[in-house]
Ligand binder design. Structure first.
Ligand code: 5AD
Ligand code: SF4
Length: 507
């Protein structure tokens, strides 16, 4: 046994562990911190720490009483981004400092498997990590997220990437500290992937990426089983958080400086249906809108089949709800939509867009579209182009259909690659042409901009977003970050604006 471990009575540690959550994880965070502190002291005493970290990094670690550096790479969607903030919260509680570099003591990949290219990226990066770990055998590598919910992916990692130390899934991210404890105290590869769960563990530490905005999970999982999609298999059935827990979390965030929240769920429009006391998403939105100090509310993702008139009304009446709706189309062909199991037709979708625009005329609409779904003909594809031309989206995420093993569409007849590629290019240029035309519609007006960061490209400028999510660059300094300011939109450059602070324009 390693020196530092012999100073701990491991059996007693396990016996004393509370059984309830989050107490159990808080306990393991404390225990792991002590173990890693002991390890760090040993490495200091032997001179190994100085050799490995170098003087500068070692000074930072000692000054901050940290146990090492941790790096999290996040793949995929906003849900994963939010999960990574929770994972970082746990790692920081343990005593790790976050670093951008993969040259770290703890490297965690929060994976995505929605399309195959996401998986390939992870395998590529894992190959590279092997060389990094050879130089630092103490490095720990963990994988979590959607890809780990797939048995085939876990089997491949176990077989070909033996330098991985910990594997867990989407249902037990809250357990990171306990899994790390198991790995440190003997286990070689710790793999703990749950098939599903009813549990929602509240009140674990979270380390937000932005001080002024935050994602807030309102529900987990998806029950829709669109025939191309792997999400219901890897994220499990729909589970909604209680409104009180969501509202409490947002109030705490606001007290901590947050002005914008993004309510997150795979299908927010079916929020609340499985609660003991069912609540609609529209009602939740109205309650969130009442929270004092909160300025902006966004939400993602809406399924067109569940978007109710009650919700449209709530969006219209709630002042803080942003002027933007992401409404995935997937295909404009009713025939393909049926094969996708989307449960709406082209006409239903267009009628819904009409109802939304009648209530909120200047709303910005964005979408997701899949090209080359099995059986898609040229006529089907033309239907998609037709919807794109009629709706005129502010932007659209376009995806080439990717076979996901185990989903119904995987066994349908596939469209030849060259045909798909040609359609994809046509769709993309149409989408971009229209976006370029519609995005500039507010040119010349003064709008509220939430400043998010210094401008990457221009010294003395900052970058922020309009309520409809369009990016604006204007002269300003970092003291504006997190503030909402009036900006005159002077020039549209396709997908973004250049502006001037409105005060400067007066007089
Ligand atoms: N192939 C291509 N795109 C997919 N999406 C989901 N599954 C697939 C797949 N198998 C897209 C959908 C969804 C977005 C998050 O990813 O458009 O809305
Ligand atoms: Fe996938 Fe459809 Fe669920 Fe979205 S609604 S996560 S596309 S199954």
């Amino acid at each position: 046994m390693n020196n530092y471990l012999s100073r701990f009575d491991l059996r007693t540690i396990d016996e004393l562990a509370p059984s309830g959550e989050p107490e159990r994880q808080n306990y393991y965070m404390m225990v792991v911190r002590k173990i890693l502190q002991a390890k760090f002291q040993d490495r200091m005493a032997s001179g190994e720490a100085l050799k490995y970290y170098g003087a500068e990094r070692l000074q930072e670690l000692t000054e901050k009483q940290a146990v090492g550096y941790a790096h999290i790479a996040t793949f995929g969607c906003q849900m994963n981004a939010r999960d990574s903030e929770k994972l970082l919260g746990i790692l920081e509680q343990i005593g790790y400092l976050e670093t951008d570099s993969e040259d770290a003591d703890f490297v965690l990949y929060n994976t995505c498997t929605v399309r195959d290219n996401a998986n390939q990226k992870v395998y590529g990066r894992l190959g590279y990590l092997q060389t990094v770990k050879r130089k630092n055998p103490d490095m720990l590598i963990a994988l979590c997220g959607c890809m780990m919910q797939e048995q085939a992916a876990v089997a491949k990692v176990k077989k070909s990437y033996s330098h991985v130390d910990i594997i867990f899934g989407t249902h037990n991210i809250f357990k990171l500290a306990e899994l790390l404890y198991r790995r440190l105290t003997g286990g070689k590869l710790i793999a703990d992937v749950w098939e599903g769960t009813d549990a929602i563990v509240e009140d674990l530490p979270v380390e937000r990426k932005y001080p002024f905005k935050s994602g807030v999970n309102i529900m987990f999982g998806c029950n829709n089983f669109c025939s191309y999609c792997i999400v219901p298999y890897v994220r499990g059935r729909e589970r909604s958080r209680k409104p009180e827990d969501i509202l409490d979390e947002i109030r705490r965030l606001v007290a901590d400086g947050v002005v914008e929240v993004m309510l997150l769920g795979q299908n927010v429009n079916s929020y609340g249906k499985n609660l003991e006391h069912p609540v609609s998403f529209a009602k939740l939105l109205r309650q969130v809108d009442q929270i004092e100090g909160l300025e902006r509310i966004r939400f993602m993702t809406s399924h067109p089949k569940d978007l109710s008139d009650e919700l449209i009304q709530a969006m219209k009446e709630c002042k803080k709800v942003c002027n933007h709706l992401h409404l995935p189309l997937q295909s404009g062909s009713s025939r393909i939509l049926k094969r996708m199991n989307r449960r709406y037709s082209k006409e239903d979708y267009l009628a819904l867009v009409d109802r939304i625009r009648a209530a909120i005329p200047d709303i910005s609409l964005t979408t997701d579209i899949i090209v080359g779904f099995p059986g898609e003909t040229e006529e089907d594809f033309e239907e998609t182009l037709d919807v794109v031309r009629r709706v005129r989206y502010d932007s659209a995420f376009t995806f080439i259909y990717s076979i996901r093993t185990g989903t119904p569409a995987a066994s349908m007849e596939q469209v030849p690659e060259a045909v798909v590629k040609e359609r994809f290019d046509r769709l993309l240029s149409e989408v971009q042409k229209i976006a370029g035309e519609v995005c500039g519609r507010d040119t010349g007006t003064v709008q509220k901009v939430l400043v998010e960061s210094p401008d990457d490209h221009q010294e003395g400028y900052v970058t922020g977003r309009l309520t409809n999510n369009t990016t604006v660059h204007f002269p300003g300094d970092v003291s504006l970050i997190g503030k909402i300011v009036d900006v005159r939109l002077e020039e549209s450059r396709g997908f973004y604006y250049m502006g001037q602070p409105a005060e400067n324009m007066e007089g």
